[in-house]
Design a binder for this molecule. Structure first.
Ligand code: FE2
Ligand code: FE2
Length: 326
């Protein structure tokens, strides 16, 4: 994979820093406006994070720890995290007062009443809208579970065992053809989309990039461990119902079976995973680190916030396109 094309000043500066053309002189100036859904800033951050996953053919692997690159990453992360804290404040104020962090997490998910993207996909979405949805999520789903693997070495005991068990499932439970990343790639290919890793990174929205980046923010920084666990629990717990609806939308559109397979797999698997992630990963972790409860809930709220933003954005985009067409 090659470095993505820049789409603004920040991603351009990052590209320059990574090509070592400007090392030592490179700094980024962030816009005054929020960066949470800013495509340019989120693409820059995604690019820097990618150095810790699969990297780029045209970037020296040593760039991952280049002081300039590390500094730029820190500057963007600082703003990103600040905005996430601000945006999740109201949601966090509504966290039910329970002893059991798993109950808090699962209740947080259940009390969501945001736009029902999955209901729309089930009943009304056109083929083009379904493809748009699959493309929008592709960058994050083609490396599904990889961010969470960085959490494992930072855990101990029961939480570590439970997360490893979950990851085993996500990584295909011993069967390469069941690797969830592969199932998603097959879904993309079956609707005629490009199934290569990050093929659409230059096309998806800033919000979709932020949804991928937030996982790396928590996974690639050890200080993000607790938030990463909370995020993961919500990610699993908010998958079962939408996956069922999306699978039925795919059937309504009479798309090939391979498109629904990914979602059907998650209807079954995530019913178990949500319990394991909340009760067996976050539960023992918070029992051992009571001071980390707030951080776990913050990560959870971040997942819900970005999910809501993304849902709202897609529905608005399709409504606007339908208006133009009519
Ligand atoms: Fe999965
Ligand atoms: Fe899962």
């Amino acid at each position: 994979m090659k470095l993505p094309e820049p789409c603004g000043p920040v991603s351009r500066r990052v590209g320059e820093a990574l090509r070592a053309e400007e090392r030592g002189r490179c700094h980024v100036v962030l816009p005054d406006e929020p960066v949470l859904t800013d495509r340019d800033v989120q693409l820059a951050l995604w690019t820097v994070y990618e150095l810790s996953y699969r990297g780029f053919d045209d970037v020296d692997p040593a760039a991952e720890s280049d002081p300039d690159v590390v500094r730029i990453r820190g500057v963007i992360e600082h703003r990103f995290e600040q905005e996430l804290r601000q945006e999740t404040r109201t949601r966090l104020a509504g966290v039910p007062d329970r002893d059991d962090v798993a109950d808090q997490l699962l209740t947080l998910v259940r009390q969501e009443d945001g736009p029902k993207l999955s209901s729309y996909l089930r009943r009304e979405a056109t083929l083009e809208e379904m493809r748009d949805y699959l493309r929008e999520r592709s960058v994050q789903q083609l490396r599904e579970s990889d961010p969470q693997s960085f959490l494992l070495p930072r855990l101990e005991g029961a939480a570590k065992v439970a997360l490893a068990e979950l990851q085993y499932d996500e990584y295909g439970a011993g069967r390469p053809e069941r690797l969830h990343q592969t199932l998603y790639a097959e879904a993309l290919a079956a609707v005629g989309l490009d199934d290569r890793y990050a093929a659409y990174v230059g096309e998806i929205s800033g919000t979709a990039l932020a949804s991928a980046n937030v996982m790396s923010l928590f996974a690639l920084n050890r200080r993000g461990l607790a938030a990463g666990l909370g995020h993961f629990a919500v990610f699993e717990a908010s998958s079962v119902v939408p996956s069922r609806r999306i699978a039925s939308g795919i059937e309504r559109l009479e798309l090939p079976a391979a498109v629904a397979t990914y979602f059907l797999e998650h209807v079954e698997a995530d019913a178990v995973h949500e319990q394991v992630a909340a009760r067996d990963v976050c539960g023992p972790y918070v029992a051992d680190h009571p001071d980390q409860r707030e951080a776990v809930l913050f990560g959870a709220a971040c997942a819900l916030h970005l999910d809501e933003l993304s849902g709202r954005e897609l529905l608005a985009r399709w409504a606007a396109a339908a208006e133009v067409a009519s």
